[in-house]
Design a binder for this molecule. Structure first.
Ligand SMILES: *[C@@H]1O[C@H](CO)[C@@H](O)[C@H](O)[C@H]1NC(C)=O
Ligand SMILES: *[C@@H]1O[C@H](CO)[C@@H](O)[C@H](O)[C@H]1NC(C)=O
Ligand SMILES: *[C@@H]1O[C@H](CO)[C@@H](O)[C@H](O)[C@H]1NC(C)=O
Ligand SMILES: *[C@@H]1O[C@H](CO)[C@@H](O)[C@H](O)[C@H]1NC(C)=O
Ligand SMILES: *[C@@H]1O[C@H](CO)[C@@H](O)[C@H](O)[C@H]1NC(C)=O
Length: 341
């Protein structure tokens, strides 16, 4: 079944090339207008990230995936340093109650090669702090690396603490990457993104349409104009009130958001990219029926993508919407990724 899913996905992706060309790139950029939010964002004093020795529960070994080693502030969750084949690849802030991540933070590197085969993995350690005390870490697989799903029954503690492949199979949602395979140069980094602690239930109309287009637009901007490191954080916005869930287990986000920070960039930017450095952000719809206050719907979009629009915006505007929904100040980048003078 997952084979079928990845095959159909591959077909959609290959049919996407021509479709992407017909998407008006300028359309997205023209709609990029600042709403001049005067709202002053107060920096949260360095929040207390719990520090302990393992990769789950601690961002210390993977802080370098965040600008100035400063993970976003304001959200509570379980930090996961995503480790694949003994190397740290990115970081995620995971929500055990939602069985899906709040956000993933990663370093962008210009992609080469193809999207790898979807070989899905899980985090053997996430459940440890749910069901076992710190003194009972004797789970044989918990060596810190993400584990591939193998045929046969899953460890029930894993099933309890996180999403598994069965949750997504036959649901009306795809596995939406927060950290996409598209934004990485090495095969290992691309493969590492295929872990269920990095994905959320995402509608096909978003995942294969405007959201994928955003990922490609960001690739083009960063690969062309970012001269140093580019830090990206991609996360979700929950529904107000009760979340819909797939299989009564995995919480579905109402919106997805993404923001980048590229402190060192080529200042000879074309006019349409002037406001997209050093920071840029966007919010994408994941529900056709959401209201239009945050992201308006382009009624002229192709039917399969209609209602899944992505609205480019400033980092400030994104943080304003996050504050409004989470009811607390969320700070994505240290000092708004302000340029050093
Ligand atoms: C894991 O890393 C080792 C050593 O760096 C490398 O030789 C091997 O090909 C890697 N395996 C995978 C599956 O990436
Ligand atoms: C998914 O749906 C198909 C068709 O209804 C069914 O044959 C298959 O067993 C289902 N798979 C799972 C894992 O539920
Ligand atoms: C990323 O952007 C570069 C520069 O525009 C482009 O050459 C490359 O094909 C893009 N990669 C992907 C996978 O879209
Ligand atoms: C900056 O962009 C301009 C215009 O696209 C280009 O001519 C120049 O080579 C770029 N400089 C660097 C350092 O990439
Ligand atoms: C949106 O609303 C329509 C009409 O009420 C309904 O048929 C459809 O299932 C809803 N779509 C989603 C994604 O909830």
């Amino acid at each position: 079944m997952s084979c079928f899913l990845s095959l159909s996905r591959a077909l959609v992706l290959s049919s996407c090339r021509s479709r992407t060309a017909s998407w008006k790139k300028t359309n997205l950029l023209n709609r990029f207008c600042f709403y001049c939010q005067a709202s002053l964002l107060v920096l949260v004093s360095s929040a207390a990230w719990s520090l302990c020795a393992a990769d789950v529960g601690d961002f210390t070994p993977c802080l370098h995936f965040f600008y100035k080693s400063w993970p976003p502030k304001g959200l509570d969750g379980t930090p996961i340093c995503q480790r694949y084949n003994n190397s740290y690849c990115f970081a995620s802030l995971y929500s055990r109650p939602r069985r899906s991540p709040w956000l993933s933070g990663y370093l962008y590197t210009a992609p080469t090669g193809k999207r790898p085969k979807a070989n899905w993995k899980y985090e053997p350690q996430t459940h440890l702090r749910v069901l076992l005390s710190r003194t009972q870490l004797a789970y044989p697989e918990a060596d810190g690396n993400m584990m591939p799903f193998l045929p046969g029954p899953m460890d029930l503690k894993v099933v309890e603490s996180q999403a598994v492949e069965l949750d997504y199979i036959n649901s009306t949602f795809t596995r939406g990457h927060l950290n996409p395979s598209l934004h990485h140069r090495t095969k290992a980094r691309r493969s590492a993104t295929f872990t269920l602690t990095n994905v959320v239930p995402q509608k096909t109309g978003s995942n294969d349409g405007p959201w994928e287009f955003l990922e490609q637009t960001v690739n083009e901007s960063l690969s062309t104009y970012c001269l140093g490191e580019a830090y990206i954080v991609t996360g979700i916005i929950p529904y107000r009130g009760k979340d819909p869930r797939i299989k009564n287990r995995v919480a579905v986000p109402e919106y997805m958001w993404s923001a980048y920070c590229c402190p060192e960039y080529n200042h000879s930017l074309p006019e349409e990219l002037k406001d997209t450095f050093p920071t840029f952000a966007a919010i994408g719809r994941n529900d056709q029926n959401s209201t239009e206050e945050i992201v308006p719907i382009d009624q002229t979009a192709k039917k399969q993508f209609r209602g899944y629009d992505v609205r480019p915006m400033s980092l400030k505007t994104l943080e304003m919407y996050l504050k409004d929904r989470f009811n607390t100040v969320i700070t994505v980048f240290y000092e708004q990724c302000a340029e050093a003078n």
